[in-house]
Design a protein around this ligand. Structure first.
Ligand code: ASC
Length: 150
């Protein structure tokens, strides 16, 4: 029983550590990874936004499924901002690497707000979804304004 519990803890820790442990052979691999994670996140965020903005009818189940994906994806891109990946096919500003603590504050905010978005979606209440969607979109915009080139 003890060994099983230990295994379960180890498995959980491995799952939690996996995003941060992503490894890249070359900077271009890291760039592709982070862009891919952001693209997937944006696709699912867009589906939530379409409902929050009334462009498509509100479907609580669909909103919750997509918000969960956003919250999961929000954890991933940051490992891709490895040293040396400021050059190449990227709109990332060099300040990301000279202001790492500030950049992490932005990514932490996205993770926190998207977690709240997923919780809001589970309430099945459209007003809750709208509020949390706006807060999450605000974290996207703040980081883009500071750290993404035009
Ligand atoms: C999106 C998307 C972004 C953000 C941003 C929020 O759906 O692709 O980059 O929301 O527009 O202001």
């Amino acid at each position: 029983m003890k060994a099983l519990a230990c295994l379960a803890v180890a498995a959980t820790m491995f799952t939690m550590a996996a995003p941060a442990a992503a490894q890249f052979a070359k900077p271009e691999d890291a760039i592709k990874y982070r862009q891919s994670a952001l693209t997937v996140m944006a696709a699912h965020f867009g589906r939530v936004g379409a409902m929050a903005n009334g462009r498509v009818p509100f479907d609580a189940k669909v909103a919750a499924e997509n918000a969960d994906i956003v919250a999961d994806m929000a954890k991933l891109p940051w490992a891709g901002f490895m040293a040396g990946s400021d050059k190449g096919n990227t709109k990332a500003k060099p300040e990301i690497w000279t202001e790492q603590a500030k950049f992490k504050e932005h990514s932490d905010k996205l993770v926190a707000e998207s977690t709240k978005l997923a919780a809001a979606a589970k309430t099945g209440n459209l007003d809750n979804l709208k509020t949390a969607f706006a807060a999450t979109a605000g974290t996207c915009k703040a980081c883009h304004d500071a750290y993404r080139k035009e």
